[in-house]
Ligand binder design. Sequence first.
Ligand code: G
Ligand code: G
Ligand code: MN
Ligand code: NA
Length: 243
Amino acid sequence: RALEFDLRAALALGQFELFYQPKIHLGENCLSGFEALIRWRHPLRGLVRPDDFIPMAEDLGLIIRIGEWVLRAACSEAVNWPEGLSVAVNVAPAQFYTGSLVPAVAAALAASGLPGPRLELEITETALLRNGPEVLRQLAALKALGVKIALDDFGTGYSSLTQLRSFPFDRVKIDRSFADDGVVVRAVAALGTSLGMCVTAEGVETAEQMRRLRQDGCTEAQGYHLSRPVPVPALPGIIRRHL
Ligand code: G
Ligand code: G
Ligand code: MN
Ligand code: NA
């Protein structure tokens, strides 16, 4: 049976689930929050990763409702965490183009009671590229709700520096392909920091990388060295260990 058929039913059947990957503040060496990463628990195929269904969800127009579910689920989970911890949610370009993102974020915050500043939205350069001024207007509306905005996968897209200047992002996340490139990391850390942004290094897989990223001026680290993305039952243990 076609995966597409199953995907159409997945939301109603409650087959989506969020995993969470911790992010560590490098200066204070403490937990700063988690990034929510969607998984699809397929009855026959097991746990399906986003790369294997998000593109299809975008093609089918399902990403809007899936994105709304992700926002609600992440906010209602994060409201149970200690106050200092925030949750980061990935946002698909289509959520901007359809104008559905701002109302979805407002609804998720209201329903959960999570304060706006504890939610961070991760957007990619691709999302910014099309429809520039309209996207910037929505980003401003999101800032007005108090939520933080991160520029995700930085360095892999087109016209990176233009994007970085185009809006006062709260954070820039250096794509994991640069984790070993000290020259790039130092340059982005210096640029981001001087623009008033936090700088997160992604894909940190070794203690040695972690040490260098701290030295190179990154604010925050995320990657398998700290933890893989984990299901909800594993969160209390991580929170207890790191606070
Ligand atoms: O979790 P994993 O590393 O397999 O994620 C692969 C990709 O899927 C990443 O680019 C990530 O940003 C994206 N992704 C994960 N969760 C979500 C989500 O809830 N919404 C959207 N739009 N993308 C997601
Ligand atoms: O595009 P985005 O940055 O949202 O994607 C996050 C993806 O990166 C998730 O699929 C997550 O599972 C993956 N990821 C997280 N940490 C690491 C890591 O240390 N190494 C690798 N190879 N992938 C990672
Ligand atoms: Mn991300
Ligand atoms: Na990223």
